[in-house]
Ligand binder design. Structure first.
Ligand SMILES: [Zn+2]
Length: 325
């Protein structure tokens, strides 16, 4: 029935006019697309993968942003490759978190020829927390109130979906300023991205509602995530991301894990398994890997969502599991 309809329709005179019209429209689209590429899209560089993911989503349909830190390098201690220096020199915009996170980048930035740098820590309306000294006794010495001393800022701001939405607005605004011709594209991409972030937040809140109990992390990067979803870590192995924990600190940590009945120890891809073994030896502690940068996820617009789901899934599975490791 359908075939019959199509064949009779295509033989009619109306149809050949229709075909000519669609050909014309496709040609116009080709010209429109190539015309847009002729207007140079801004050259955008982004420091870390989760931020790169949000920027890539806002730029979808325009050009692709360049990602500086790939594959598990720590933003606290990385060194710039020559290819990154080339990408940065002459870039129109560099999006980064800011000096409290990418310290090595902060040091070399004055020597780079970048037209505009946009630090996300300066985004209006962002929820910024101070570093909490999660000490070996498991005491949290701050109450998470907003802090203005840059030295004590917790820079892992992207792990709250509310902050991710604020970052999205800041990114769209900076791109619009650099490239007003594509303002409409950036605006509609940003609106779509924020809708998806709201949906993600609802799913994660439902998933993590019943997660309770004590756990410890290797690097105190999850404060924004934990506050947002009411989770409670008792200790961080490495409170200073630029230093390795000493023997005395490790000894204290073993005691803390025992006192608090820590169920899970979360390490990160770049930390040595030897440390995990030393800490959990002889105890019924499960081990899993959290990745606050999504360093094992392919970069792009989906990476942020995959990273957040992976963190929530790992937390849920390790904390809810009742079998021994
Ligand atoms: Zn960190």
């Amino acid at each position: 029935m359908l075939f019959y309809y199509i064949s009779t329709f295509s033989e009619s005179a109306v149809s050949s006019r229709f075909h000519r019209l669609t050909t014309l429209i496709s040609l116009m689209l080709v010209f429109a697309v190539s015309g847009r590429q002729a207007v140079a899209a801004p050259r955008v560089v982004v420091s870390i993968a989760p931020l790169h993911s949000l920027v890539a989503a806002v730029m979808a349909g325009s050009s692709r942003p360049h990602l500086l830190l790939r594959g598990g390098e720590s933003p606290h201690t990385f060194s710039l490759r020559p290819s990154d220096a080339r990408a940065l020199s002459g870039a129109d915009i560099l999006f980064w978190i800011g000096p409290p996170l990418e310290r090595p980048l902060a040091r070399i930035l004055p020597n780079l020829d970048v037209s505009a740098t946009v630090a996300m820590l300066d985004a209006p309306g962002l929820n910024v927390l101070s570093n909490r000294p999660l000490d070996a006794a498991g005491h949290e010495q701050t109450n998470g109130e907003p802090h203005t001393d840059p030295a004590s800022i917790d820079p892992h701001i992207w792990l709250s979906p509310t902050n991710a939405a604020i970052i999205t607005d800041a990114v769209a605004q900076a791109l619009t300023q650099a490239d007003p011709i594509q303002a409409g594209l950036y605006r509609s991409n940003a609106a779509q991205l924020k809708d998806r972030l709201t949906a993600l937040d609802r799913r994660l809140a439902a998933q993590l509602a019943d997660v309770s109990g004590s756990y410890a992390v290797f690097h105190d990067a999850y404060q924004y995530f934990e506050r947002h979803y009411s989770l409670r870590p008792v200790a961080a192995v490495n409170t200073h991301p630029e230093r390795s924990p000493g023997a005395a600190h490790l000894h204290e940590l073993r005691a803390t894990l025992a006192t608090h009945g820590v169920r899970c120890l979360f390490s990160e891809p770049q930390f040595q398994p030897r440390l995990v073994a030393m800490l959990s030896e002889g105890r019924n502690i499960r081990h899993a890997v959290l990745d606050p940068l999504g360093s094992e996820i392919p970069p792009g617009p989906e990476a942020y969502f995959q990273m957040m789901h992976a963190i929530a899934d790992t937390l849920e599975q390790c904390m809810q599991g009742d079998s021994a490791p």
